[in-house]
Design a protein around this ligand. Structure first.
Ligand code: SF4
Ligand code: SF4
Length: 439
């Protein structure tokens, strides 16, 4: 028997204890220091429980189990719902300092009914028999000029006619006005970005015209109106070192307003990072570990944060909430598999990371249908079994190979490269926060 190739083992943050997790056999345990030492040294008095849980294995049996679970994974992925992004325009009424779309040279033309019809005809055929939903995305999709509104309402009417539900990603500035209209459509959720309390948010997310006016108060009114209209809000905060200190106050606000008790209310923290072009001041950016390090300290000082947002810390949150492990993550990037993006120019892309970016098109759905099958095959193939660096990585089944677009950008355009996640470090912190690790 030897140590499993997939076992993740490390010391829990601020604890004497260690954790051992095998995402292939779905087992996890907390080990006291003496037992952890015996495991490391190979001097276990009783190996039986370690063999039963798959921490010690016969490599041939382990390979068999890996193949079987991989086939299950492919099977399940084929049955999963597809998220289809649609960009009606790249125009926006905001001028956020970190927006990457400002570098895109998108053609200025309106979304026509012809393009909308072509889009629905295409997805009906291309994803026939698959569960799917649409995310209406921008630019800012809820612009309220008469022409933009007409195009959006036509698009929503068609979604309804095709029996599809919608999610909306908006900056929230016009949400108060849109909320009663949205409530008449099959809307799953409205994602709104709030980047801190008024002062910080207004600095980062100003209007294009009249930037001195601030947008915070109007967005908060919009969220209140949307919740009152029965819509589900997904509140997103893009964090860096400048605004993370606002997190406790954001939590206080959301709790005081009763948002956190509303059914379906969700939050997400996005890391402000460089994907497409350089930030003018990169010292304010977090890398993957440092953002979670900062959160780890903040949560201990301001526990109300967890009522507002409970960071995943890899699979630590899942384990604490479900008492079991999630299925092995052979692939964390749904691009061109269960996620696609389309825009008003008729172009098809892999996902939100590439949509609108010149040279990243996979094809067109209008005026004619074309698809670069070689590119699609490449994206489809991408998982931990096809990325050479991932094949021997001990955390592969909790990582899934990361984001294909980030990997491609950092490896000379090669999609089959890794975008590494600090899985061990995240688990060290997450298990301390969420599990009774000193018991
Ligand atoms: S390329 Fe990145 S952003 Fe796009 S679907 Fe994959 S993980 Fe998500
Ligand atoms: S992306 Fe990096 S951390 Fe993730 S599985 Fe591949 S090699 Fe491991």
């Amino acid at each position: 028997m030897q140590k499993s190739k997939y076992t993740i083992f490390s010391q829990i943050r601020d604890s004497e204890n260690w954790f051992i997790i095998n995402p292939l056999t779905l087992q996890a345990d907390i080990l006291e220091p003496e037992l952890a030492k015996q495991f490391v040294d190979g001097t276990l008095e009783d190996e039986t429980p370690f063999i039963e849980k798959g921490y010690l294995v016969d490599p041939k049996d382990e390979e068999k189990l890996f193949r079987q679970k991989y086939l299950d994974f492919i099977d399940n992925r084929d049955k999963d719902e597809i998220q289809i992004f649609f960009v009606p325009w790249y125009s926006c009424n905001f001028n956020c300092f970190y927006c990457f779309q400002d570098e895109y040279d998108a053609p200025k033309k309106p979304l026509t009914q012809e393009v909308t019809d072509a889009f629905y005809a295409h997805i009906t055929k291309a994803f026939a028999g698959k569960k799917k939903y649409i995310t209406y995305f921008g630019g800012e999709p809820l612009l309220n000029s008469p022409a933009a509104k007409e195009a959006t309402l036509y698009f929503f009417d068609q979604a309804k006619a095709h029996g599809l539900t919608l999610s909306i990603v908006t900056n929230g500035y016009t949400l108060k006005e849109w909320a009663p209209i949205l409530a008449t459509y099959p809307i799953r959720e409205v994602q709104v970005t709030v980047d801190g309390m008024a002062t910080e948010h207004n600095k980062r997310r100003p209007l294009k015209v009249r930037p001195e006016e601030g947008t915070f108060d109007t967005i908060i009114e919009g969220i209140d109106a949307a919740i009152a209209a029965g819509l589900t809000i997904n509140l997103r905060m893009v964090v860096d070192k400048d605004n993370i200190n606002d997190l406790p106050k954001m939590a206080d606000m959301a709790i005081a307003k009763g948002w956190t008790k509303k059914f379906g209310f969700k939050t997400q923290l996005g890391r402000n990072y460089e994907l497409h072009h350089c930030q003018s001041d990169r010292s304010r950016l977090f890398d993957r570990v440092s953002m979670y390090e900062d959160l780890y300290k903040k949560v201990q000082e301001f526990p109300q944060i967890l009522e507002f947002h409970k960071p995943a810390y890899s699979i630590a949150k899942f384990i604490s909430e479900n008492g079991t492990l999630p299925d092995p993550l052979f692939d964390s990037c749904p691009a061109a598999k269960n996620e696609w993006a389309f825009d008003y120019s008729g172009a098809i892309y892999t996902c939100t990371a590439t949509v609108g970016k010149k040279g990243e098109e996979l094809g067109t759905f209008w005026p004619t249908v074309t698809l670069d099958q070689n590119q699609v095959d490449l994206w489809e193939e991408r998982d931990v079994t096809s990325i050479p660096a991932c094949k021997e990585c001990p955390v592969q089944l909790a990582c899934g190979g990361g984001c294909g677009s980030v990997a491609k950008n950092s490896h000379n355009g090669d999609v089959l490269t890794p975008d590494c996640r600090p899985i061990k470090e995240l688990l060290e912190m997450g298990l301390k926060l969420y599990c009774d690790t000193d018991a």
